[in-house]
Every structure is written in structure tokens, then in C-alpha cells.
Design a protein around this ligand. Structure first.
Ligand code: HSE
Length: 346
């Protein structure tokens, strides 16, 4: 595990508290052989004492500060190249400038034929077509269910919509933080900054919340949907982006009188090759008009019409569910490629 923040810790907690269920329901027995935060890594091929690591992280914030004698300072690039593991779970913060450090970690693992589960949108938004090709070439898989919709399986729902039909347009609320902020403004009259601080405290916002507010987070998710669901080869530079700064309580109150509100919407129009993020007026009765940290995505299909999926779009525990979902798929993939032989550590 590289990354031990809100999402990484939630995954570790889930592995500890649901150990028996993971085995009995999904045949999944993850052994965490290394866990790293930005201060260093705990490494043990028999399995890191993850409960101790969680406790240490909670009390001292950095693993190296809490456990200086146990933490190794070997550069992660080196560890990923030389250490034995089946899957890299990568949950470092999203960086949309160059995707780093996550992009390098993902590339190293894939180039060595290791499968990767990531919740990091930066590397995917910048290089998803190249990373998918790299995984294919090296006999590995790259899974990223938690990058869109937190725990809600929006990506696989979209794939099902595409199967036997064609998704021609996608519209959605893809950012939990801004939806939470707009909701608190609309329902409780909070001002923008106050509501944003709440969203940060609850762990919904990105490390740099301007990612949420200025629409970049939604844009990353659009890129991921466009590639994974619609087979488009696009990256972040193909998205036209505008955020929600400037929306006021007064405006929301006025719009409510005519049965409308404002939401930050991401749209993909396949025919015209257009990907856009902008705040738009939405009818209060529209299925996309969801509240709080909920995400909602409508897939418009050529034959079937429109289908909307709604669910919680942010939060550590929710995203940890998506990682486990991906790990189950990785396990099946690895077992298939081994001719059904059980794996040593999953
Ligand atoms: N900051 C993101 C959001 C987290 O608010 O939706 C989940 O991707």
C-alpha cells in the first residue's frame, strides 16, 4: 500500500475489522507486505502489523515519527522494483500537474507485471490510455473503481449500459465536496467557505480543495468515464473546465422559487467529442438533482434511453469498498492467469 491517508487507512481498517468476512464471502485474504506514507515505509513480507501502524499514524501523523526504528527510508521506486508483492494499492493524493508521485509508482508496478488498484485520479486523467496499454502489454490489470463515485460502482454501471447499446452522452454530478457545499448553502444558508471547511473536516475534499471547487476533480472523473465506458482516448487537456466559485445563497434562493437550483455538472457528448465541466441550472425534479455528498450520473444510450445511478461519491470508508471490489477482480484475474491455482497472499 502506497498512501496511508484517509482512503489508505480506511482500507487498512476494513481489512482488520472484516478479516473473516473478506475470506468467507470473497475468498480474499490480503496480506499487507508494505505500507508507505510520505515519511517512509513499514515492510514485512510476513505481513505488516497494520493495527499498530494505524494507531501510530493516528497519534503521530507520520509513520516515521511514530516508529522510527521500524520505518525504512528506501525510496519507494526501489522498493516497488525489488520487493515481492502481487498488487500495488496506490492511494496517494491526486496531482493533475504531472500525476506524481503516483504516476511513477503505477508505471513501475505495471512495467513489472504487477497489477495495480488505484484511487488516484491524477495519473489516470493525464495518462489513462498509455497506462491501460502498459498493463495489457505486461499481463497485469489496472483497476480504478474508487476514482469515480467513491464506493458507488458508476464505472461498471456505465460499462453495462454500453454493453449491447451505445452510450452517446453522459451528464453527472461527480464531486461530493461541491455538492455538499451547494447543499449546505441551499438548505441551511451557510456561506461557501464555511461549508467547504466542513467538507474538508469530513475528509471529502481533495488535499488541495481548489481541485474540487474549480472543477478539476470532476474533469478527471469525466476523462476516466470517457476512456473506460465510452472507449474515447482523451486526457485532461481535452476538457473545458469551469468551477462553482461565485455561486451565492441569494442566487440559490431566487432560483428555488422557479423550481431550480445550481449544480456542478460534468458532461460528455460523444458525437461532438466535447467534455465540459460547468455549474448549471438543474430542475429540482431532475433525477440528477441529488444532495449532500451524493453523486448522480445519467448515461444516455442510443436505444435504451437514459439510466441514472445515484450514490455516495466521497469518503474513506466508501472508497475502501471500491478498492476491495477491485481487489476481488484482481484476484480472479491472477488466478485465471495461473490456471486457477491459489495465490500466496491474496
Ligand atoms: N474530493 C472528491 C469529491 C473525493 O469530493 O468527490 C472523491 O473523489
Amino acid at each position: 500500500m502506497v498512501g496511508f491517508g484517509v482512503v489508505g487507512r480506511a482500507l487498512a481498517e476494513k481489512i482488520v475489522s472484516e478479516r473473516e468476512e473478506l475470506v468467507s464471502k470473497f475468498g480474499l485474504k490480503p496480506r499487507i507486505v508494505a505500507v508507505a506514507d510520505s515519511s517512509g515505509a513499514l515492510v514485512d513480507e510476513r505481513g505488516v502489523d497494520i493495527e499498530r501502524a494505524l494507531e501510530a499514524k493516528k497519534r503521530y501523523r507520520y509513520l516515521a515519527r511514530a516508529m522510527p526504528n521500524n520505518v525504512v527510508k528506501t525510496p519507494l521506486e526501489e522498493l516497488l522494483e525489488n520487493f515481492d508483492y502481487d498488487v500495488l494499492v496506490e492511494t496517494t493524493p491526486t496531482n493533475i500537474v504531472d500525476g506524481e508521485p503516483g504516476l511513477t509508482y503505477i508505471k513501475i508496478a505495471l512495467s513489472m507485471g504487477k497489477s495495480v488498484v488505484t484511487t488516484n485520479k491524477g495519473p489516470l486523467a493525464l495518462a489513462l490510455p498509455a497506462l491501460t496499454e502498459m498493463a495489457d502489454r505486461n499481463g497485469a490489470i489496472l483497476r480504478f473503481s474508487g476514482t469515480v463515485g467513491g464506493g458507488t460502482p458508476i464505472l461498471d454501471f456505465g460499462r453495462m449500459c454500453q454493453s449491447g447499446d451505445e452510450v452517446v452522452k453522459v451528464e453527472g454530478i461527480l464531486n461530493g465536496t461541491t455538492n455538499y457545499v451547494l447543499t449546505r448553502m441551499y438548505s441551511d444558508g451557510l456561506d461557501f467557505d464555511e461549508a467547504l471547511i466542513e467538507a474538508q473536516k469530513a475528509g471529502y475534499a481533495e488535499k488541495d480543495p481548489s481541485m474540487d471547487v474549480e472543477g478539476f476533480d470532476t474533469a478527471c472523473k469525466l476523462v476516466i468515464i470517457a476512456n473506460y465506458v465510452m472507449g474515447l482516448t482523451v486526457t485532461l487537456k481535452d476538457v473545458e473546465i469551469r468551477g462553482i466559485k461565485g455561486v451565492t445563497y441569494g442566487q440559490l434562493k431566487e432560483l428555488a422559487k422557479s423550481g431550480k437550483t445550481v449544480k456542478l455538472l460534468g458532461t460528455i457528448d460523444k458525437e461532438h467529442g466535447l467534455l465540459t465541466v460547468q455549474s448549471r441550472e438543474v430542475d429540482l425534479t431532475d433525477p440528477l438533482c441529488v444532495w449532500g455528498t451524493l453523486n448522480a450520473v445519467t448515461f444516455h444510450m442510443e436505444k435504451l434511453g437514459s439510466e441514472t445511478i445515484v450514490g455516495k461519491g466521497a469518503g474513506g470508508a466508501e472508497t475502501a469498498v471500491a478498492i476491495v471490489r477491485d481487489l476481488i477482480i484482481v484476484k480472479r484475474f491472477l488466478m485465471d492467469s495461473l490456471g486457477g491455482l491459489p495465490l500466496k497472499s491474496l
